[in-house]
Ligand binder design. Structure first.
Ligand SMILES: *[C@@H]1O[C@H](CO)[C@@H](O)[C@H](O)[C@H]1NC(C)=O
Ligand SMILES: *[C@@H]1O[C@H](CO)[C@@H](O)[C@H](O)[C@H]1NC(C)=O
Ligand SMILES: *[C@@H]1O[C@H](CO)[C@@H](O)[C@H](O)[C@H]1NC(C)=O
Ligand SMILES: *[C@@H]1O[C@H](CO)[C@@H](O)[C@H](O)[C@H]1NC(C)=O
Ligand SMILES: *[C@@H]1O[C@H](CO)[C@@H](O)[C@H](O)[C@H]1NC(C)=O
Ligand SMILES: [Cu+2]
Length: 642
């Protein structure tokens, strides 16, 4: 037992009494298999037409992507009116319309710690052409009450639908939603009546919580950054503060004390809607000590007064190529990063399992938004779509982080109201684009209501995928390590690939308006024992870091990535699976990394040559045993018995 850390021993002794009662609860998932599709690597494939336009998209089960549109005249009907929500089954390619109830036009969303998805804010009830409805309590063309609170508890059997929460939030078009350490959500900002940009008469510069914690609280940054303060770019930081970037300003917010601390203004360009820069928190890893760096790329250099000037001919205005990053828990100053190869507004950033970041969608000219203006392209405020994706490698040297090598262009312009999400097989679903007030199609429409849905296949897509055994279904914050077994095929026949292997957890987020709210990438700490004789290995993997601000509780996907090739992701639960304070446990030390050089006859550990062997074998067996304890612990946490 000499290798086991004290914290683990304490855990073991405190839990051993319960083993007899709950020891049967298995929480290891079956090993993932291979993707069911094959694709053109680096290219796009059209997989069909969505039933509603994908203003908002999220992956909520291993098989189901949910689409949410604004209320508009989609031909697909549900409950006697046009649908504005739907579900896409990845395995069957079948779709079904859903009834989103409230008008979800420019709503925000995220997933709660118990797996229920929240969709809040957006438009009031409307009738045809986007005009206000006579009644705000239902009836009329769409029967869409102004509720501003829709909930979906997703399912994989086609039986679930949107419901109304009894808790109504304040009026907010374009709010941002971020999930907090206890699995509840904070809802920030917005305006009351909609429009291209905000103004003082309808501003809602406050934040509130879901489930509610009382009246909305004033936020100085939101109050002081008109008119471009909609969809404030917001991340929960490992420090427990929130980063908020709005118009040119930046703060951290301690939302428990309601204190904002100003950081530097963002350089070069406005990054929030409607400038709509690509934005993402870069991977949180043991190597960077789980320190958050946020990357912003593109947007538009527009001064506050310029947005509403008659002379601002939006679709002629070039987007920015500027990329900057900020590490807010360490420094309040932005750092320049490599420029985007193409200027972009409305670019979507997607965290890929290999640790790189995909950038797609958007336009070189103009911004988000649409209107009846004579200079609009149809109604679109943007034109010159950027069709070629580009991949950012955070590990590459300065000057060489962007690459489109081997990537092909899409055939579908993705402008305002387009979206994208990572899928479990490591491909990326891309859909939407609808810079129009209502369902608008036809031969003369340059940027129609877009239903065409594509999958982008990243460079690793067609490689044989690792099939790791031993992935847990649920993860605690701290606690005992667990073991994941990789065979020779998983390691591409080379035990040395163990030192190019990582276990990563990805929350794919709620995609809308060039943001994936809640998107996050966390690499788990790991060591390994490798067996050179047969090129197999065992990863010894830590649970989540003992800090739910690094990644909030709730559902996510886990991938084992070997030499840049991810396994198919499995859906897992982070934390207790319920809203509420999460247990933080002592972190077990990991066995040291070791490659056992000699062949099998090492079990007795007799000769000096076999010292490493015997250590390796012992570590393996103890960590297998620790694994059982770990599963038990998770069950206890989940059942509230602990
Ligand atoms: C999750 O919590 C929300 C808010 O309390 C609740 O409305 C929802 O029903 C819960 N979902 C599940 C699956 O328990
Ligand atoms: C890593 O972060 C933790 C938590 O913020 C801190 O306590 C620790 O000192 C850091 N370690 C290093 C090596 O920076
Ligand atoms: C835009 O123009 C159309 C057709 O001319 C009209 O029906 C609609 O009300 C206008 N919308 C706005 C927001 O002015
Ligand atoms: C992996 O191990 C090999 C052999 O010891 C070494 O040459 C290589 O640098 C290591 N790679 C990494 C990424 O640590
Ligand atoms: C590989 O070798 C190790 C050490 O001898 C052994 O424990 C393991 O079962 C072997 N794996 C396979 C797949 O043969
Ligand atoms: Cu919108």
């Amino acid at each position: 037992m000499g290798h086991l850390p004290l914290s683990s021993l304490l855990l073991v002794s405190s839990l051993s009494a319960a083993v007899g009662v709950l020891g049967q609860s298995a929480t290891t998932l079956p090993a993932p298999g291979q993707p069911t599709r094959t694709g053109t690597v680096g290219g796009f494939e059209l997989i069909g037409n969505s039933l509603v336009s994908a203003q908002q998209v999220f992956l909520a089960t291993p098989d189901k992507v949910f689409f949410v549109d604004k209320v508009e005249g989609n031909p697909t009907q549900i409950n006697g009116h046009p649908a504005w929500a739907s579900e896409w089954s990845l395995s069957s390619n079948n779709q079904r319309p859903m009834d989103a109830l409230t008008n979800t036009f420019c709503a925000g969303g995220n997933v709660l710690g118990n797996g229920t998805w929240l969709n809040v804010g957006g438009n009031q009830a409307i009738t045809y052409g986007g005009q206000p409805a006579a009644s705000q309590t239902g009836g009329g063309a769409y029967d869409d009450p102004d509720g501003r609170q829709s909930l979906l508890t997703p399912c994989d059997d086609g039986s679930c639908d949107w419901t109304l929460s009894p808790n109504q939030i304040d009026q907010r078009w374009y709010p941002t939603v971020e999930t907090l350490e206890d699995g509840t959500a904070i809802i920030l900002g917005g305006c009351r009546n909609g429009g291209y940009v905000n103004d003082a008469s309808q501003d809602n510069p406050t934040y509130e919580f879901f489930p509610p914690r009382g009246d909305p609280i004033l936020s100085p940054i939101l109050q002081n950054t008109l008119p471009a303060n909609l969809f404030p770019l917001t991340w929960l930081l490992p420090s427990g503060n929130l980063l908020i970037q709005s118009n040119w300003a930046t703060v951290t917010l301690d939302y428990t004390a309601n204190v904002e601390t100003p950081l530097d203004d963002v350089p070069d360009a406005v990054r929030v809607y409607p400038a709509s820069a690509g934005n993402i928190m870069l991977p949180l890893t043991p190597a960077n000590n789980y320190t958050a760096t946020i990357l912003f790329c593109g947007g538009s250099n527009v001064q506050p007064k310029q947005w509403t000037q008659k002379s601002f001919i939006i679709p002629t205005y070039p987007a920015s190529t500027s990329c900057v990053k900020l590490t807010p828990d360490v420094s309040g100053s932005y750092v320049q990063d490599d420029d985007l190869p193409d200027a972009r507004s409305m670019a979507n950033f997607i965290a890929l399992p290999d640790g790189k970041v995909l950038n797609l969608n958007g336009a070189r000219l103009g911004t988000a938004g649409y209107g009846n203006d004579s200079w609009a392209i149809g109604h679109s405020y943007a034109t010159s779509p950027v069709l070629t994706p580009v991949i950012y490698d955070p590990a590459a040297a300065d000057g060489s982080r962007w690459s489109s090598d081997g990537l092909q262009s899409s055939t579908v312009p993705r402008l305002y109201h387009s979206s994208a999400t990572l899928l479990p097989d490591g491909s990326v679903l891309v859909s939407g684009s609808n810079p129009n007030p209502d369902y608008t199609v036809g031969p003369d429409v340059e940027f129609p209501t877009e239903y065409r849905t594509e999958i982008f296949y990243p460079p690793y897509y067609n490689k044989r995928r690792p099939q790791p055994k031993g992935i847990l279904a649920q993860y605690s914050y701290g606690g005992p390590s667990f073991d994941v077994v990789l065979d020779s095929d998983d390691l591409f026949g080379d035990v040395q690939n163990l030192n190019k292997t990582k276990v990563v957890i990805i929350r794919t987020g709620f995609s809308t308006h060039a943001m994936n709210m809640g998107q996050r990438y966390v690499e788990l700490a790991a060591t390994y024992t490798g067996f050179a004789a047969n090129n197999t290995g065992v990863l010894h993997v830590s649970q989540l870091p003992p800090n739910p601000a690094i990644i909030a509780p709730g559902p996510a996907f886990i991938f084992v990535v070997v030499n840049g090739v991810p396994s198919v992701g499995l859906q897992v639960m982070l934390g207790s699976g319920a809203l509420g304070k999460q247990q933080k446990l002592a972190v077990a030390d990991l066995p040291s990394t070791n490659i056992v050089q000699s062949s099998s006859s090492s079990a007795d550990g007799g000769s000096s040559k076999d010292t490493k062997d015997s250590a390796g074998v012992m570590l393996r067996s103890t960590s297998g045993w620790m694994h059982a304890i770990c599963c038990l612990l998770v069950v206890l946490l989940a059942s509230g018995l602990y």
